[in-house]
Write a protein that binds this ligand. Structure first.
Ligand code: G3P
Ligand code: CA
Length: 339
């Protein structure tokens, strides 16, 4: 074999899977991040969903965090309680004029009285994912952040595993408008449970770049930070996520964050089943800036346009060399990723 060919071969070997993963990635295959727990099987963000995710071999388990009126951190995806609890029946007079029951208007003792169920559609009242845990069955409650951390750490102790946590600070600017600083309370709770350094098994995520900068530059956290990337077209935020997905935007993100969390739709355009499918260069650009890439959300019962199976979707993600995947189905992802 000619010297040139040997060099080429070496380059191919060295730039295979592990060589292209961003610095700081923990595994040479994508990490499995249990999105709201094993939420494909048990009601999202409940302790049983988190225990199931742990048992299914998730590497990290996600917590979305909002504050109650008495400044308690609870694990809840929305800032309001409407779509996953019986708050309307239990506290009929407590909605704001916009028709929402906000968690921040309830003290923890009241939140604890609520029954939690599968997410329903606001207009139809039907389950968003029809094949998931049946409505009106069993009994589920909202957990505090500390209860969830103690569950995960307890399961780590009894199983000998070291499953990480992946909290998301929800709507920090909105909390501020309501007179509350959520981030310092999150950091205090993390400190209390030993999540302090960049080596600890934690990623702290937020959609708001200004808040992530505050976390790094004002509150001086050393934990790994994840810039979530939303959509300009959703109209929910003034943040320019399109600019964030450019090379210059990612260079900025890399000054304060360790990873990005794009939606699956940011990794390609078109429909997988027709000739218009094309990968974007987001993962390559992010890796060039030293950022890991953890896209959301892989759902076995809700595949992106044109994908015929979960296996096909996971193959696509492996091919694009993502570093982790948020999933409602951690067991199926683990299997499909060859873990
Ligand atoms: O945090 C990753 C993913 O969960 C972002 O979307 O709306 O499910 O919190 P969301
Ligand atoms: Ca989230």
């Amino acid at each position: 074999m000619r010297v040139g060919s040997v060099v080429s071969l070496l380059i191919i070997v060295l730039t295979s899977r592990s060589g292209t993963v961003a610095m700081g990635s923990e595994l040479d295959v994508p990490m499995v991040i249990a999105h709201r727990g094993a939420s494909g099987y048990v009601v999202e963000h409940t302790l049983p969903a988190k225990a199931m995710a742990h048992a299914m071999g998730a590497d990290y388990i996600e917590q979305d965090l909002v504050l109650t009126k008495d400044d308690q951190l609870i694990v809840l995806h929305d800032i309001h309680l409407d779509l996953v609890t019986d708050v309307a029946e239990r506290f009929p007079g407590r909605a704001r004029s916009d028709g929402h029951w906000y968690a921040i208007d309830f003290v923890l003792d009241e939140v604890r009285q609520l029954s939690v169920h599968e997410r329903v559609d606001r207009k139809t009242g039907k389950q968003v994912f029809p094949g998931r845990f049946p409505l009106q069955k069993s009994s589920f409650r909202i957990a505090t952040f500390s209860e969830e951390l103690e569950l995960i750490q307890g399961l780590n102790a009894t199983t000998g595993r070291n499953v990480g946590v992946y909290p998301e600070i929800k709507s920090p600017a909105w909390h501020r408008q309501e007179g509350k600083e959520i981030s310092p309370l999150v950091l205090a709770e993390l400190r209390r449970y030993g999540y302090l350094s960049s080596d600890d098994h934690i990623y702290l995520q937020c959609f708001d770049p200004a808040e992530l900068r505050l976390l790094r530059e004002k509150w001086h956290t050393n934990v790994k930070l994840v810039q979530l990337i939303g959509s300009n077209s959703s109209g929910e935020s003034a943040i320019d996520y399109d600019a964030m997905r450019t090379d210059a935007g990612l260079a900025q993100v890399a000054t304060y964050a360790n990873a990005i969390g794009p939606s699956l739709g940011h990794l390609w355009s078109g429909d997988k089943s027709d000739g218009r499918f094309a990968e974007t260069d987001l993962v390559t650009m992010a890796h060039r800036h030293g950022l890991q890439v953890h896209p959301y959300t892989v759902r076995a019962d809700d595949l992106p346009n044109g994908f015929a199976s979960l296996g096909q979707l996971l193959s696509q993600l492996l091919q694009q060399r993502v570093d982790g995947v948020f999933t409602d189905h951690p067991d199926q992802c683990r299997k499909g990723l060859g873990r």
